[in-house]
Design a protein around this ligand. Structure first.
Ligand code: 5AD
Ligand code: SF4
Length: 444
């Protein structure tokens, strides 16, 4: 019988991308995908360490995986349990201490070793747990099998890691220092994705706009250059990039939003807080004023452009006044989507030991106020789309017969009654209805 794998992914798009590369490796090893854990010979959790809740979920999932593995063992079936991603990098051997039944745990830079690790485990059923959290001197991308499009929209990792060291964030420790793939490598992967069915590519990086990959002559190139190169590719209909850091929004990059027609009019640019005092304590290299000036320039470059952001409430030392400044930024930018979080204390980061921590109750209240405001702008924008015609890229079937789900240029989910043929196609749709989280429409 064919061997099967099951992967559960937590966290950001970088993890989604890594999971798809792990899936490619497992397919090459002869495994087929299953979405039922009970059927899986190998179960992998790709983990997130960004906030406490994200990390805690892992251990409850691992407990469940062990029970399933025991049941399967009663039926004579072996299950290999693996953990990858940022929790491994942060916890290292603690993972195996807390969950000794885990067969392997590898950090985000070492997952290219999974096939080799599996061979060893398969050879020796009593093999010890493998833990690997090195930051290797090699480029892991060189060791991954060539990937194909997973669908009509693909992520493509162009940059990884972060040198910014925001005082609340674990990423510089879990993902390591910034690294950019070469222009050639990126274009090669993009061509392959397009040749296998992708129409939309989202260039990914923890700090994608600090991209500085080499071109063929060895010259360092920036993200604006890479976007222009991507826009030259035949067959690519939509281009996006995420996530950006405000201080790295160069004028050349802003101009791309005017000059590149396949670049979608939607940008995720996290501000985190609207208070200069808090931004400074967060070690962000921008003030609220700097951020608003960048947004102005972006709106001037493309008047259709809309923004999204990440916010943290209750960072150490945040007063009601500071929080009000965050609301002020929201009222000025009028985000059409946003992610907002209560500050979560992460061991090893400078903010975790600041002595002016904000009470949980206050964090909760502020989050509710912020989210109400954010949802209000999101709903208003969605409602303003009703009656408009938008190109929608249909990605999947809906729950109801004759229904497809796709995305608008603004990343809104749109449900439409339309023929099944339209899947994987860009179709003009008139928006007929809107809620906070999605749109409905029909083909015109
Ligand atoms: N607490 C709360 N939110 C955090 N983020 C990162 N670290 C923390 C933390 N310790 C949020 C930031 C970032 C997003 C990916 O997660 O808003 O932009
Ligand atoms: Fe974390 Fe700040 Fe780097 Fe973003 S820029 S990954 S928030 S340290």
């Amino acid at each position: 019988m064919e061997k099967k794998y099951y992967i559960k992914t937590f966290g950001c798009q970088m993890n989604v991308y890594d999971s798809s590369r792990i899936a490619d490796m497992l397919k090459k090893e002869g495994y087929a995908e299953t979405n039922k854990q009970n059927d899986a010979d190998i179960v992998i959790f790709n983990t997130c360490h960004i906030r406490e809740k994200a990390a805690e979920k892992l251990f409850s999932d691992l407990g469940r995986a062990q029970l399933i593995a025991e049941e399967r063992a009663n039926d004579g079936k072996r299950t290999i349990i693996g953990v990858v991603g940022c929790v491994v990098q942060a916890e290292d051997e603690q993972i195996i201490k807390r969950a000794p039944y885990v067969n392997f745990a590898v950090g985000p830079q070492m997952y290219y070793r999974i096939p080799e690790i599996l061979h060893n485990i398969e050879k020796d059923s009593k093999a010890e747990s493998v833990i690997d959290t090195e930051f290797p001197a090699v480029n892991k991308f060189d060791f991954l099998p060539e990937n194909k499009a997973q669908g009509v929209c693909s992520y493509l990792a162009v940059q990884e890691g972060c040198n910014n060291f925001c005082t609340y964030c674990v990423v510089p420790y879990t993902r390591g220092a910034e690294y950019s793939r070469s222009v050639e490598e990126v274009i090669k992967e993009a061509k392959r994705l397009i040749a296998t069915g992708t129409l939309e590519i989202n260039l990914l990086g923890q700090n994608v706009n600090s991209y500085h990959g080499e071109d063929e002559s060895g010259k360092e190139r920036d993200l604006a250059y890479l976007l222009h190169k991507m826009a030259e590719l035949d067959g690519l209909q939509r281009l996006r990039y995420t996530t950006s850091y405000p201080a790295d929004m160069t004028d050349d990059l802003i101009a791309c939003h005017k000059d590149i027609d396949i670049l979608m009019p939607y940008l995720h640019l996290p501000v985190q807080s609207g208070s200069d005092k808090i931004l400074k304590a967060m070690n962000r290299r921008h003030t609220a004023g700097d951020y608003l000036r960048i947004v102005e320039k972006l709106y001037a470059a493309n008047d259709k452009l809309k923004m999204s952001s990440d916010f943290i409430v209750g960072f150490p030392g945040e007063t009601d006044e500071d929080f009000q400044k965050t609301l002020d930024v929201v009222n000025q930018v009028k985000y059409i989507q946003a992610f907002s979080f209560k500050y979560s204390r992460r061991a090893g980061t400078p903010a975790a030991v600041m002595d002016n921590q904000v009470e949980e109750k206050v964090k909760k209240e502020r989050l509710e106020i912020l989210q109400t405001l954010l949802f209000d702008y999101q709903t208003k924008f969605n409602q303003a789309c009703v009656g408009k015609v938008m190109p929608v890229l249909f990605e999947q079937k809906g729950r109801h017969k004759g229904q497809l789900i796709g995305r608008t240029p603004y990343m809104q989910n749109l449900h439409a009654r339309t023929k099944d043929d339209n899947i994987n196609k860009m179709v003009d749709v008139v928006v007929t209805d809107a809620t906070t989280n999605s749109l409905s429409g029909k083909e015109i």
